[in-house]
Design a protein around this ligand. Structure first.
Ligand SMILES: CC(C)(COP(=O)(O)OP(=O)(O)OC[C@H]1O[C@@H](n2cnc3c(N)ncnc32)[C@H](O)[C@@H]1OP(=O)(O)O)[C@@H](O)C(=O)NCCC(=O)NCCS
Length: 352
């Protein structure tokens, strides 16, 4: 008889039982996301070029010709970034037809909230009745709103939240040197907002975004807070190398717009509206020319009476196109934000 080996005893379990077999579950998101509502707030105070030129060495004629700006709005005394954001957010929530408490995430795009911390988002969430929602700010300057739309739509599709509020808001008059010939006639105040939520069909195309940090000083706060403190430099306004920005925007951003169209599978002739950041009317015109936009595509030109409101400019312009009936509800729009960073983000959206 062959010798049978005795089965070796099982080694004694040493240490804690391995737990790697536990499973993580996820929340299913919505298959599609869409902009469900937009809102806007333009401060009551209208400032014309003559008033700007009371301090700035310039003329109404020069400002109109070089920037296309005729008037802009400045926030009133004590009217904060959060006050303006609240007004715009309420409009967006109303158009979306949801209750504020359904908003699970509040994203505020701004570079002019005057507190290093806390962010504007949590206080805005309380103000609008979205108590307890996740809330934070993003700093991507004039591209901030389109960055926010990218985050929000991915959150809705990923199941992180059902509804998100994205607000672009600026009180740039606080951060502008009224004697600076490169910025004083451009920057303005205001807020625009959008509610992003689930949809039966796709309402937000893929985001084409990026940055070029090698040009971070082209549009920038003049001095860091530390330099301001240590060198007694006075208030650090935002300054800009106008011609460099102009060239980057005109030559660099048209290809980004084209990529956003391609990514969404939308032909330029199928667009109802083009909503670029309202930086300068000449930049808007040059971009439209480069893109060879068909004549029947409406171009947002809100800058003429709203000025350049950085993160607020795209949602402000969007709201105007819809409110004034210049672009159809449910139509396709290409939106494109670009600015300090340098940063940019573009996507095709279906208008609410
Ligand atoms: C800022 C901007 C309007 C300046 O226009 P520009 O045509 O580049 O002006 P320049 O700096 O070349 O100056 C042209 C002339 O105007 C004069 N000038 C400059 N600023 C002026 C002002 N505010 N008022 C009157 N004259 C002015 C200059 O002295 C110069 O005069 P000269 O020809 O006698 O030397 C333009 O560069 C611009 O729009 N850049 C993009 C800025 C932008 O959109 N930023 C937002 C991105 S987020």
């Amino acid at each position: 008889m062959p010798l049978r080996r005795k089965k070796a005893p099982a080694p004694e379990q040493v240490g804690p039982k391995p737990k790697g077999t536990g499973k993580i579950t996820t929340r299913p998101g919505s298959r599609h996301a869409a902009v469900l509502g937009v809102g806007a707030y333009r401060p009551r105070r209208v400032v014309d070029n003559h008033e700007i030129c009371e301090v700035l060495d310039s003329t109404d004629e020069w400002i109109r010709e070089r920037s296309g700006i005729i008037t802009r709005h400045f926030a009133g005394e004590g009217e904060s970034v959060i006050d303006m954001a609240e007004a715009a957010a309420k409009g967006a929530i109303e158009m979306a037809g949801i209750a504020p408490e359904q908003i699970g995430c509040v994203i505020v795009a701004t570079v002019t909230h005057p507190y290093q911390t806390p962010a504007a988002g949590p206080l805005l969430a309380v103000r609008i009745g979205a108590d307890g929602a996740a809330a934070f700010d993003i700093s991507a300057a004039c591209a901030g709103y389109c960055h926010g739309v990218a985050l929000a739509s991915d959150m809705v599709r990923g199941g992180t939240t059902e509804y998100a509020l994205v607000v672009g808001v600026e009180r740039l008059s606080d951060f502008t040197d009224p004697t600076d010939r490169g910025t004083a006639f451009i920057f303005a105040d205001g807020a625009g907002a959008a509610v992003i939520g689930p949809s039966e069909t796709e309402g937000i195309g893929p985001t084409i975004w990026g940055s070029d940090g090698s040009q971070w000083d082209v549009i920038a706060q003049r001095d860091s807070w530390l330099e301001v403190r240590d060198q007694d430099l006075g208030w650090p306004a935002i300054v800009m190398q106008g011609q460099t920005v102009f060239r980057w925007a005109v030559w660099g951003m048209a290809p980004v717009a084209k990529r956003a169209l391609d990514a969404a599978g939308v032909k330029i002739e199928d667009l109802d509206a083009f909503i670029p950041h309202q930086a300068n009317m000449r930049i808007i015109d040059a971009m439209a020319k480069q893109l060879k936009l068909p004549e029947d595509v409406v171009i947002a030109r809100d800058i003429a009476t709203t000025g350049n409101t950085s993160a607020a400019s795209v949602p402000l312009a969007t709201e105007r196109l819809i409110r004034e009936g210049l672009a159809p509800r449910g139509g396709l729009a290409l939106q494109l934000g670009f600015g300090a960073g340098l940063s940019y983000a573009a996507q095709v959206i279906r208008l609410p």
